[in-house]
Design a protein around this ligand. Structure first.
Ligand code: CS2
Length: 488
């Protein structure tokens, strides 16, 4: 089968949208770290629209910080790939042209640094997931003991971590008399721009106090809220999309129709009005809303669903107890903690989330969302717990989400099968769970003691300890599905 590429995309079926601009004429304005499915189905699409509008300055060079897989798939395709937008009403295919090339950082860190220090590069954007910031999720501060950070301090000219690359590139730009690029975090972290800036300034300061001061004073790191459900692409997806294209695409991306991007308007080095994105002065209310409603529900669905044998989010939503619990979590616990956004229909957003989770055309695995819970729990569920506690209000549904995570990281599902727990703290969590044994009171106490996740204040509050321990007793006695039904 012919491979999708610059030379072949002209013969795609007419129903497939494709770049109408001259790809050879575009320049690179954006270097993106973490070129996974999410970026390719979200910001890269907005940027493709910019290129389509005639402004050719914003082509993207993508970089993988770990594996060569994306480069190996997209290299032979000249960076072209298909976006497959799907829901119960059907699907539409669009070939995206914004990605000019993909670099693999560990193979050639110098090539990535060269792209980041090129004069045309105005923005370095990031989707490196929560753990890519090398921070302590409970405090938001740089984890100075992180192995990649220790490496990047010892060998700053050959960095490994995203913060290490950004700091080294900013140092080189400064030395060359070039203005800094803007750092655009597109990860699901609260105040993601401020978190990025805190981590970057501290790493720079550890390298050289003067560089630390420069970054603290000069670097713009706008906050963003990113929202689009993009499950990992499967082999079935590849085969189906290639069949529809009539040519092979090694790595298409699957997404829902919904897409939202809210960006803090702080781009001293220049930006484009990405069509469809919303530029605002303060992103925080949008971030909180999205993290606590969408992502908090997602993680709760993932743990309850996985434990009860549900493979995908839509499967988990087919369990009426779990679906009811998610609705109650949003409407009665997370929703009331959110700042009021004038002109925003909160009830409508909550209802739309339930429909998005039910999207029958996406196979979004509960196991995928369950990954990295130690990093995800603080912004998604613990902020709600903290605010409810402060207000003297109950949070039994959030506590059930936390308890399901505890049951999950203990490493066996309800059928006694081992769980492949992927988490930077997996070893530590498993050891604590093994030492605690099958007693919910001991397991809850042991895991609430993990300070990198829970901090100090939450575990010290009797109302929090009781809520989580009660929920874990219920999950362990009755199973996740019944526990959800009884907690609605
Ligand atoms: C998900 C998110 O994998 C996960 O943890 O909760 O990727 C989620 O799909 C996106 O944030 C939706 O915008």
């Amino acid at each position: 089968m012919t491979r999708l590429s610059q030379a072949t995309f002209g013969s795609l079926p007419p129903s497939v949208h494709r770049p109408a601009y001259d790809r050879a004429a575009i320049r690179t304005g954006i270097v993106h770290l973490g070129i996974g499915a999410f970026h390719r189905a979200h910001a890269a699409v907005y940027t493709d629209d910019v290129l389509g509008s005639g402004d050719g300055r914003w082509g993207i060079i993508g970089a993988s910080l770990r594996s060569p897989e994306t480069r190996d798939a997209l290299g032979p395709q000249d960076g072209l790939y298909t976006l497959d937008v799907r829901d119960g009403n059907g699907e539409s295919l669009r070939v995206i042209g914004a990605l000019r090339s993909v670099l693999v950082a560990p193979e050639d860190p110098e090539a990535l640094l060269a792209a980041m220090t090129a004069p045309d590069t105005r923005i370095v954007s990031l989707t490196v997931t929560e753990k890519g910031y090398c921070h302590n999720p409970a405090t938001g501060e740089l984890d100075e003991g992180h192995p990649d950070i220790r490496h990047d301090l010892a060998e700053p000219g050959r960095p490994r971590s995203a913060p290490g690359f950004v700091v080294e590139a900013l140092r080189r730009r400064r030395k060359a008399g070039l203005e800094p690029f803007t750092v655009l975090s597109c990860d699901n972290l609260p105040a993601n721009g401020r978190t990025a800036k805190r981590v970057l300034s501290r790493l720079a300061e550890l390298r050289d106090p003067e560089l630390g001061r420069f970054i603290a004073a000069e670097l713009a790191c706008p906050c963003t809220m990113v929202d689009r459900i993009v499950p990992a692409t499967t082999d079935d997806d590849r085969t189906r999309v290639s069949g529809l294209l009539g040519m092979e695409d090694g790595w298409p991306v699957m997404a829902e129709p919904f897409s939202h991007w809210v960006v803090e308007d702080d781009f001293p080095a220049g930006r484009r009005d990405w069509p469809g994105a919303t530029f605002v002065r303060d992103v925080e209310p949008f971030e909180l809303m999205k993290l606590r409603l969408l992502n908090g529900s997602h993680s709760t669905l993932a743990y309850l669903g996985y434990l009860s044998g549900r493979e995908t989010v839509a499967d988990a939503m087919a369990d009426p107890g779990i679906a009811g619990l998610i609705r109650a979590l949003m409407e009665e616990e997370a929703g009331p903690t959110l700042p009021v956004l004038p002109d925003f229909d909160l009830a409508g957003y909550q209802a739309s989330l339930l429909a998005r989770f039910r999207n029958p055309a996406l196979r979004h695995r509960t196991w995928q969302i369950a990954m990295d819970g130690s990093q995800k729990l603080p912004p998604r569920l613990l902020g709600t717990a903290r605010d409810r506690l402060r207000a003297g209000a109950p949070f039994g549904r959030v506590a059930l989400g936390i308890a399901a995570w505890m049951r999950y990281v203990a490493g066996t599902d309800e059928g006694g099968r081992p769980i492949d727990v992927r988490d930077p703290l997996a070893g530590e969590l498993r050891a604590l769970a093994d030492a605690a044994g099958p007693d919910p009171d001991r397991l809850a106490a042991a895991l609430l003691g993990v300070r990198a996740v829970f901090g100090d204040a939450l575990p010290a509050a009797p109302a929090c300890r009781n809520a989580v321990t009660d929920a874990l007793r219920l999950v362990m006695a009755k199973g996740a599905s019944r526990a959800a039904a009884e907690s609605v």
